[in-house]
Ligand binder design. Structure first.
Ligand code: ARG
Length: 572
């Protein structure tokens, strides 16, 4: 295409032909629209000239090119080229995907639950979105460093440790709990009791404050209890991570406490750079870019008036550390959109401090809120926050009912396995498939449906294709490129072919819903193909070609689901 452009005007040689997939033809070339202005001609005339300059004799790829509309060029590719593409994709384990993120050191900060508190519905999105992004970036060649910024530091621990010290009978260690009970759930309850005592008894409050001082000063007994609390909480988080098949490991846990020793130094650097100034006893950073209430610049509290450091300072330290020590080129923070201002200010301060340079990007991957089924804030009947485990259990229970209905003969163990996989897939996919800045309703019935844009539908599509291949005896796939192509086959191949472009887009925009949309299109194109084109009953070589298409579809779906962190079982 770009050669044809060069034949029309030598000075346009090498111009981007701007070829995109199109509804009206296989592809559309939009170059004429952009170039006509430069030449001072009508786009439609230029499109006609480019079409005329195409030498289609002996062409194996382009079958036809015709001007359309105000200056598009509709391009149809040959049947031969389409089949060759299927064969090439099947030969390539990467399904035609390059490595556009090659070597880019990318730190992805996600999940980050708080120690001694149960993971709740609010931690679902960061965990799922962050994990999927880490997978996609890694696949595209980035050198991904996952960071779980656990909330493991702060004055609240003084209260809890003091309470545990004064109530030696309180049970929270997994050794002492019933099978299946979660330590973090026990700690969460104890924390609530500690809080109540703190509010009711000024002496206990004093002892708790002393305990904070002891913790910060590194008193061995206090630190030992704190460490136990962290370990037990992480153990409970791990159970959820395993269930969600999230990649985070113990090595990825680099919580707030990790930065404690470098906070003073971080603040000193800001002061030296003139970026932190005194305000009512505290040290603050004033934004040049964002204004807050009454038109005053928005601010970060770098050091509180009592000399302590908070969330803002810790996040300044994360940037400094990740750039200097981890050598990051790209920083990604996955938290809900209510923290947008926080990250905007932190990034600004880090730029002005010189920690972030033009070569390093910092991005806040913001997401909306999960609402209840009725579209109002998600609460339990009693009005509390919804625990993540309960939510996952609810989805698995619903999935089980749907699976049994579809497949009543499954044995119990198989049913358990499929229900768990389908329920988790349902939750993850419902989350990942909504444009992430939007709020969405947690509607279990909709998300476990076998029809529509759901994780279960995609898993089922994958399982169905696997069963077709099994019934054919899992043959070696051979493609005969001289076979005539059915329109439904053409549509399926061209849809599959977008895989690489979609993944590249996800890496650039950090929006997993684009991958979900693509996989849904693939599954739909497959359904249309399967309705129109018999596979097992067809004669050779058509049968072989169609089986090859089945295999490429199954592989593409399986690969895409894997990058979403969703299992693709072969049977359902
Ligand atoms: N622990 C925080 C919370 O539960 C999230 C931390 C996100 N990461 C960060 N670097 N600030 O809201």
């Amino acid at each position: 295409m770009s050669e044809a452009i060069g034949r029309v005007r030598a000075d346009l040689a090498g111009a981007d032909p701007v070829v995109r997939r199109s509804d009206r033809a296989d592809f559309q070339c939009n170059a004429a629209l952009a170039l006509a202005k430069r030449l001072g001609v009508e786009p439609r005339d230029l499109a006609t000239d480019i079409a005329g300059a195409l030498d289609l004799d002996g062409q194996t790829v382009v079958a036809a090119a015709a001007p359309s509309g105000p200056g598009f060029l509709n391009v149809t590719v040959t049947d031969h080229a389409v089949w060759e593409q299927v064969a090439a994709r099947l030969r390539d384990l990467r399904l035609g995907t390059g490595a556009p993120e090659g070597g880019r050191r990318t730190v992805v900060d996600y999940s980050a639950p708080n120690i001694a508190k149960e993971m709740h519905v609010g931690h679902l999105r960061t965990t799922i979105i962050g994990d999927s992004l880490a997978r996609v970036l890694d696949f595209l060649g980035a050198d991904v460093v996952r960071q779980n910024h656990l909330g493991d530091w702060g004055t609240q621990f003084g209260m809890l440790i003091q309470y545990l010290d004064e109530h030696p009978d309180a049970t929270w260690h997994h050794d002492e709990l019933d099978e299946g009970a979660s330590a973090v759930s026990a700690l969460n309850d104890l924390y609530r009791s500690a809080r109540a005592e703190f509010d009711a008894d000024p002496d206990f409050a004093d002892r708790s404050r002393a305990r904070v001082v002891a913790l910060q000063a590194g008193d061995p007994d206090t630190v030992a209890v704190w460490r136990g609390i962290v370990t037990e909480s992480e153990r409970s988080f791990r159970a959820i991570y395993d269930r969600l098949t999230v990649l985070l490991t113990a090595e990825d846990s680099v919580g707030e406490s990790f930065y404690n020793p470098v906070l003073a130094d971080t603040v000193d650097e800001l002061v030296a750079a003139g970026l932190a100034v005194e305000s009512e006893g505290a040290l603050v950073f004033h934004s040049n870019e964002v204004s807050g209430p009454e038109g005053k610049p928005a601010a970060l509290v770098v050091r509180k008036s009592d000399g302590g450091y908070g969330y803002d300072t810790t996040d300044l330290a994360t940037i400094r550390h990740r750039v200097r020590e981890l050598g990051a080129d790209r920083l990604v923070y996955v938290t809900d959109s209510r923290q947008s201002l926080h990250f905007q200010l932190v990034f600004e301060a880090a730029r002005r401090a010189g920690w972030l340079t033009d070569d390093t990007s910092a991005e806040h991957v913001a997401y909306g809120t999960i609402l209840g089924p009725d579209g109002t804030p998600f609460k339990t009947r009693a009005g509390g926050t919804v625990r993540l485990v309960d939510l996952l259990d609810a989805a698995v229970t619903r999935a089980r009912a749907v699976v049994v209905e579809k497949n009543p003969d499954l044995d119990a163990a198989e049913l358990d396995r499929i229900a768990e996989s389908a329920g988790i897939a349902a939750v993850k996919y419902a989350d990942l498939s909504t444009s992430r800045v939007k709020d969405y309703s947690f509607d279990v019935d909709r998300m476990v449906s076998f029809t529509g844009n759901t994780g279960v539908y995609l898993q089922y599509a994958h399982a169905r294709i696997s069963s077709i291949l099994r019934n054919a005896g899992d043959p070696d796939t051979t493609v005969d490129p001289t076979t005539a192509l059915h329109p439904a086959e053409r549509d399926l191949v061209l849809t599959l072919d977008a895989h690489d472009a979609v993944l590249t887009e996800v890496a650039a925009t950090l929006e997993p819903h684009r991958l979900c949309g693509h996989l849904y299109e693939v599954a739909r194109a497959f359904t249309a193909f399967y309705e129109a084109c018999p596979v097992l009953k067809a004669d050779e070589p058509v049968r072989g070609n169609r089986l090859a298409l089945c295999r490429l579809t199954a592989r593409t779906l399986g690969h895409g689901l894997d990058l979403l962190g969703i299992a693709a079982p072969e049977r359902m």
